[in-house]
Ligand binder design. Structure first.
Ligand SMILES: [Fe+2]
Ligand SMILES: [Fe+2]
Ligand SMILES: [Fe+2]
Ligand SMILES: [Fe+2]
Length: 439
């Protein structure tokens, strides 16, 4: 593959302003859309939110009027792109349906990146976060069934497993433990930089979506579940952003943001199956190549360095959306018992010290009950057992996964223990058999 974005002119900034009809296009059809077109739309909205927000931070540090004008022009375009991305979703796609899409993004992006990440420490961090979003998808799936009668496969289309992961109530950590070691800006691969920035953008937007929509349901336990998972997304933003070298200058960060946008739209163009939406990705790629030219010029002017030193000479592929079931299952079975240690590394449940700092956070946060545990308690009333969809016998490993993944200490009083889950599954099988006899 040879596509050097720095050699492409892209669309000049003067031609990037679009009219309202171009900004607000026709939404996709939620029942006909390919699940990975939806994940691209969700991810690119997150990328644009970050691109826009970063530019406003940058703007507040600038003193030169010409630079301020340039950044203002670009942030306006990022804002227009954000509207286009977000509003590609139709009005009849419910908050919970969209939520399942958000967690599918997190699982499949993180899994793809973990397999294509050159830095082993960063890869391990991706694998760790992956199992948390995987459990979020499972918890929300219970509510999607109870509140709106949706089977999660209607959204994930059989591409992503729905089964228990590292239990969400165990995701609440002491902040100091979430912070990771950062990469070295002078030696890190551009792939690492783009992977992290892409993931931070996705996690940040997931947090924002839950923050802004969790209140839209009347079901109190579901509202609490949004609050609980939103807090984990906040931890994810902290965890992934701490991998970034803090000594990168603002101009270097600007360059990396535009490069990340270019790389993501480039991948969208290559992978898109819907021709109408593909042409939109092409327009946005052209826009971002124009931004990258400006970022490269400002970087050269202020840093007196060649942008190639930061982003290389080749496009990077942050994520090819396709099923990651096989990889995720392996990480799940092998690493569901992983936890954060106190030295920015990882350990397992059996090696946690009595005074592990996250116990305090978990005991406080879960002191009355954990809403995500209630998701499994409530679904028992509706369905005898939890909603799982793996398409094969993998779901039979669920009780063993829970056994391995659940801590003994710091648990909420309403925790669904592995033997209880086992009983639910048996009861469900019995009752399904009885129903068949009646028919
Ligand atoms: Fe953009
Ligand atoms: Fe999540
Ligand atoms: Fe997350
Ligand atoms: Fe941009």
């Amino acid at each position: 593959m040879s596509f050097n974005p720095l050699k492409e002119k892209g669309l000049p900034i003067e031609k990037q302003l679009r009219n309202w009809h171009q900004i607000v296009g026709k939404p996709y059809n939620k029942t006909l859309v390919d699940c990975y077109t939806r994940t691209r739309q969700i991810l690119m909205n997150g990328i644009e939110v970050e691109a826009w927000g970063f530019k406003h931070q940058l703007q507040r540090f600038l003193t030169d009027d010409a630079d301020k004008d340039t950044i203002a022009k670009i942030s306006r375009i990022e804002d227009q792109q954000q509207a286009t991305m977000n509003w590609m979703a139709p009005c009849d796609q419910s908050v919970l349906e969209t939520t399942l899409g958000y967690e599918q993004v997190a699982v499949d992006v993180t899994a793809w990146m973990a397999q294509n990440e050159p830095d082993p420490y960063v890869k391990e961090t991706f694998d760790f976060g992956l199992l948390e979003d995987f459990d979020h998808l499972y918890r929300y799936s219970q509510f999607a069934y109870m509140v709106e009668g949706i089977k999660p496969n209607e959204i994930v289309q059989g591409q992503t497993d729905i089964v228990v992961g590292r239990p969400t109530q165990n995701h609440h950590n002491c902040n100091a433990l979430r912070l990771r070691k950062h990469y070295d800006k002078s030696t890190a691969d551009p792939q690492t930089k783009v992977n992290i920035l892409t993931l931070v953008s996705g996690e940040q937007q997931t947090h924002n979506y839950y923050a802004e929509h969790g209140f839209m349901y009347g079901d109190h336990v579901l509202r609490e579940t949004y609050a609980e998972i939103k807090d984990v997304e906040e931890e994810h933003v902290t965890m992934y952003e701490s991998l970034i070298d803090p000594s990168e200058s603002l101009w270097e960060k600007f360059l990396l943001h535009e490069f990340t946008e270019v790389c993501n739209y480039y991948t969208c163009v290559e992978d898109e199956v819907d021709n109408r939406i593909k042409s939109l990705w092409e327009v946005c790629l052209d826009i971002e190549l124009g931004h990258l030219q400006i970022a490269a010029e400002l970087f050269k002017k202020y840093e007196k360095r060649d942008p190639e030193e930061v982003i290389g000479t080749n496009i990077v592929i942050p994520c090819r959306f396709k099923t990651q079931k096989e990889y995720v299952r392996k990480v799940l079975v092998d690493e569901v018992n992983k936890r954060l240690d106190t030295k920015k590394g990882y350990t397992t449940i059996d090696k946690l010290p009595e005074d592990w700092p996250s116990y305090k956070i978990q005991e406080r946060a879960n002191e009355i009950s954990s809403p995500t545990e209630n998701s499994t308690r409530l679904i028992q009333i509706y369905h005898d057992r939890d909603i799982v969809e793996t398409g094969d016998k993998f779901e039979e490993k669920e009780v063993k996964i829970l056994e391995k993944g659940l801590q003994e200490k710091g648990l909420a009083d309403n925790t669904v223990m592995p033997d209880e889950l086992d009983d639910m599954i048996l009861l469900h099988e019995e009752r399904e058999g009885e129903k068949e006899k009646l028919i």
